[in-house]
Design a protein around this ligand. Structure first.
Ligand code: TYC
Length: 102
């Protein structure tokens, strides 16, 4: 409210510092060389997908060129991208993982 009832104006705080964090989509990109099983493993390991969901996402990326692994706040999305890129490089696969603001 804005008034106590005796003509005394009172400023009430309508928002105390809470702000919805921006969200980022983490995407996998298709390529011709990364093995399908490796992509499924990445989705299970870094994005907590079950085997069936991971397989569906992998086929979606394979068929459409790009697909969503998950939606996260900036720092979490950044970490996922770095982890996937490191893991792919360690295994010498050209798999690309990127993030985009929703
Ligand atoms: N196109 C790859 C193949 O045929 C499989 C693949 C799927 C690669 C998804 C990357 O993000 C990817 N082996």
């Amino acid at each position: 409210g804005n008034n106590t009832g005796r003509g005394t104006a009172v400023i009430t705080r309508t928002r105390t510092k809470t702000r919805k964090p921006s969200l980022y989509r983490v995407l996998l990109l298709n390529d011709d060389y990364t093995p399908m099983e490796f992509v499924v493993h990445v989705l299970e390991r870094f994005f907590q997908k079950d085997h069936e969901t991971a397989t569906k996402i992998m086929w979606h990326v394979h068929n459409h060129g790009v697909g969503e692994c998950g939606v996260y706040t900036f720092e979490v999305a950044e970490t996922k991208v770095a982890q996937v890129m490191d893991f792919a490089r360690q295994h010498q696969h050209p798999l690309q993982c990127v993030m985009e603001k929703k």
